[in-house]
Structure formats: structure tokens, C-alpha cells
Ligand binder design. Sequence first.
Ligand SMILES: Nc1ncnc2c1ncn2[C@@H]1O[C@H](COP(=O)(O)OP(=O)(O)OP(=O)(O)O)[C@@H](O)[C@H]1O
Ligand SMILES: O=C(O)[C@H](O)COP(=O)(O)O
Length: 393
Amino acid sequence: MNKKSVRDVEVKGKAVFVRVDFNVPLENGKITDDTRIRETLPTIKYLVEQGAKVILASHMGRPKGEVVEELRLTPASERLSELLGQPVAKADEAVGEAVKSKIQSMQAGEVLVLENVRFYPGEEKNDPELAKQFAELADLFVNDAFGAAHRAHASTEGIAHHLPAVSGLLMEKELSVLGKALSNPDRPFTAIVGGSKVKDKIDVINHLLTLADNIIIGGGLTYTFLKAQGHEIGLSLCDDSKLDTALGFLEKAKELGKNFYLPVDIVVADDFSASANTQIVGIDGIPAGWEGVDIGPKTRELYADVIKNSKLVVWNGPMGVFEIEPFSNGTRQVAQACAETEAYTVIGGGDSAAAAEKFQLADRMDHISTGGGASLEFMEGKALPGVVALNDK
Ligand SMILES: Nc1ncnc2c1ncn2[C@@H]1O[C@H](COP(=O)(O)OP(=O)(O)OP(=O)(O)O)[C@@H](O)[C@H]1O
Ligand SMILES: O=C(O)[C@H](O)COP(=O)(O)O
């Protein structure tokens, strides 16, 4: 990476504003998955050990510039304190005199969590005034929020124009793993793209099509491709405005000599529920009134085989409606194949990461990104504003 990291600068005795992504799932005020907090521990511990004053800033949810009680960062700061094994102070604001005086009285190695930066209307507008107020709190800006790096907000991008700005260790790891995988891939390189909406995945498929040797399609995207090829798809998810795009991908794959895999059989259901009737059908056999909810057993074998014979696998988006148990087998088998393959496996965050977690296979993947949208934009080949704004080496 050509951006400076926290290891390239002096931090001892400095007040360091660290943007993290503590946007973790909450149920009744309790954190249900603390991965994003655990993944930032290396940066926080490094700064603590080096004797910096560590000021952490994050968003949580989408409060739209207002204080929303349930979206305070208090549960995240409490969990951080448990994980770090040291007290963590929590401010009720993210800028202003009260916060400044809290920081002034901090000792080296102490940690403070600011309040949700999205309680301020200027955050998502990347208001220069708010960015300046954040910058006034510290001597150095460290961006460790890979999950929010695709957002040009005051605490991710704006602040970098007012302070020396470097990446944290998680940011560095994400960019190096994803960057290496995509810029200099081991081959055969297999890209698996699933999920629900073709519209959201067009740029990803387009970019990966030029990079990968094998493209595997699953999930709700499948049916736009099948319909474009002239198959009946019943009530399956479909984006009729993208039929030509889907055909274009098939053509482009042929021109580039890439293997483009679509399901050869499908699990269909007569209802979107665990108690639905299901059948396994070929791609020409989807009955009217039924919808495709998972890839079928022959497809699972085929996909598992391709994955096992790869050197690099990048996976984004589930193969079926994995949240409903009877429709989860395709996603489970693909996750299992990713766990067993010798290939280097990268999961691009979001629902595929949740699926690997649910099937207890997460620790058998080589890299699970903490970014959902951010890893998607990275895989589309887009520049991430939170990274662009950091100081070059
Ligand atoms: N055949 C299908 N019909 C309808 N929905 C489906 C189908 N297959 C998968 N899904 C749904 O797609 C959703 C995931 O789609 P999405 O495109 O958001 O995936 P993702 O890329 O993993 O998410 P993220 O954008 O958070 O990374 C899941 O909730 C899953 O149930
Ligand atoms: O969960 C995420 O993908 C990041 O925290 C970014 O959140 P956002 O989509 O609300 O900007």
C-alpha cells in the first residue's frame, strides 16, 4: 500500500483521533456480533502501548443527524473495555468543549470513545466545519474504519485535510489482502457472486469478469440470467431492466474465454417460509407460481468442485435464502467447499460473512472482510474516499 500507516509516524504522547467502524449489530441494546470491535484491537493496543491518548470515533446505524438513544456508542465502549482489559471512558458528545477538556485530562495510554458521529448533521454531508472540530481534538488522524472507507464523511475523509492522516492496522490489512488478491491473483481465480439484486452486483460482476478465471453465479441474481436466456422463472426474483446486461455478461465471458457458471438445478418453493413445499427442478422446470430459493444439489457439487480446484476464491453474496433453514444448503455447501479448499479464500463481508459465521466455518476462511459496502466497492475497482484522503508514503 502506498499510504502511510500508524507504524510510520511518531504517536507517543500524542492525542490520536482514530476513526473505527463500531457499527455492530445490536438486539435490545446487546451486541450480537463484536467482530468489528475485535478486529480493531491491534491498532488500539498498539497506540496504548506506544503511550498515545486514544480517542475513538465511530458511527452506529443511520440516525440521520439526530440523537437516537438506542444508537449511542455506550454498549460498544463497554465491550471494548472488556476486550482490552482496561477502563474505557465514554463521552456523550463527539465535539465541543466538554470533550476537549476530557481529552486534556487523559493520561498516555488511556482510551476514550466519542459519541456516535452521525448524531451530527454535518457528518454525512462531510461538512468542513465539523471536520475541523474533530481535528481540533487531536494531533494525528488514524483511519481504521475500512467498513466506512467508501463514505466521504467528516470523520472519514474531511478530517484528513486538517491533520496528518495515516491508516490503522486493520485498514492496512484489509487493503493489502483484498488488493493483493485482486491485483496479482493466484490462478485459477474463482469469483463467486450471489445475493439478491442484480442492480447492486453489476459493477462487481463486470470488474471480476475481467480478473477471474471462473465466475460462479448463485442466489437471487440467477433468475435474471435464466430469464435472459429464455427460461421460465415463475415468481423468482428478477430485474427485468437488466436482462440485456445479463446477456452482455454471458457474451463478454465467452469473448474473454472465462468460465461463467450458472446453476443447473434449483430448489423452488411455493412460499417464502420454512413450512413451504419445495421441489428440486432443472432450469427448464420452474413451475408457474413457484420461486427459486436455493441452488440445487447438482449445482452444489459442480460449484464445490470448481472451488476445490482453485488457488484463489473471492466470495460475495449467498447462494440462496440461507436465513431460512430448508433453503440454506447451497450456501452451506459453498461455505464448506471454501473451508476445505487449498485455495486462499476471501469473503467480501455482508451476508456471506454472516452465513460463514452461522455455519461455524468463519475461522476456516483465510480472510473475512469487516466491510460490507466498502468491500463491494473495492471489488468494483472503485477508489475509496477514506483511503484516498490519507497521506502517501
Ligand atoms: N433466490 C433468492 N431469492 C430471494 N432472495 C435471495 C435469494 N438468494 C439469496 N437471497 C437473499 O439475498 C440476500 C443477500 O443479498 P445481498 O445482495 O444484500 O448480499 P450481500 O452482498 O452478501 O450483502 P452485502 O451487500 O451486505 O454485502 C440474503 O438476505 C438472501 O436471503
Ligand atoms: O455496515 C457498514 O457497511 C458500514 O458500517 C457503513 O455503514 P453505512 O452503510 O450506514 O454507511
